[in-house]
Design a protein around this ligand. Structure first.
Ligand SMILES: [Ca+2]
Ligand SMILES: [Ca+2]
Length: 168
């Protein structure tokens, strides 16, 4: 399978659990909301100040009692890019409606990262049977590293340079 989506247009910033005054977003958002999750299916990016804030923001909204039952969809975490080496620091999580399979083809891809997570990743962790390959430029151009199930360091040439990612 090979599905893709361009994340960028929709940046839903969630100031969950933030005690800070509302910032007028631009540059400060990079450091103010470092934990992010992006859905390849919907293109929606959710960011929060803390990991707990992100988890809370991603909880499904409580269904209205009058609404018709909605079929539950399973969300798979494909991987996380970490701010720092050794899979530490804030992370950018990528999700999709299915896992990776066992064949060596590309299962999912993200041709650009949200601005707050561009040129930032230093290590990564794959989930849902996915191996990650990170690329220097958008649309899978330039240098690359992977595909691996995880890494504690993407190496000097790729450190703080990731702009797109594929899942195998
Ligand atoms: Ca980094
Ligand atoms: Ca880059």
């Amino acid at each position: 399978m090979h599905r893709s989506n361009l994340i960028g247009g929709t940046l839903a910033l969630v100031l969950a659990l933030s005690l800070q005054p509302l910032l007028t977003m631009p540059a400060s958002a990079t450091t103010a909301l470092p934990y992010c999750s992006a859905s390849i299916d919907t293109g929606l990016v959710t960011c929060a100040v803390t990991e707990n804030g992100l988890r809370a923001a991603l909880q499904p909204a409580t269904a209205s009692p009058t609404s018709a039952p909605i079929a539950a969809t399973t969300t798979y975490v494909l991987g996380r890019l970490y701010d720092d080496a050794n899979r530490t620091g804030a992370y950018f999580e990528i999700t999709a409606s299915g896992p990776c399979d066992t064949s060596p083809d590309v299962d999912w891809e993200l041709s650009s990262l949200p601005t707050v997570w561009n040129d930032r990743a230093s290590s990564f962790q794959g989930y849902s049977n996915c191996e990650l390959r990170v690329y220097e430029n958008t649309a899978f151009g330039g240098l690359s590293y992977g595909a691996y199930a995880f890494t504690d360091y993407v190496g000097d040439p790729m450190n703080d340079r990731t702009s797109s990612v594929r899942f195998y």
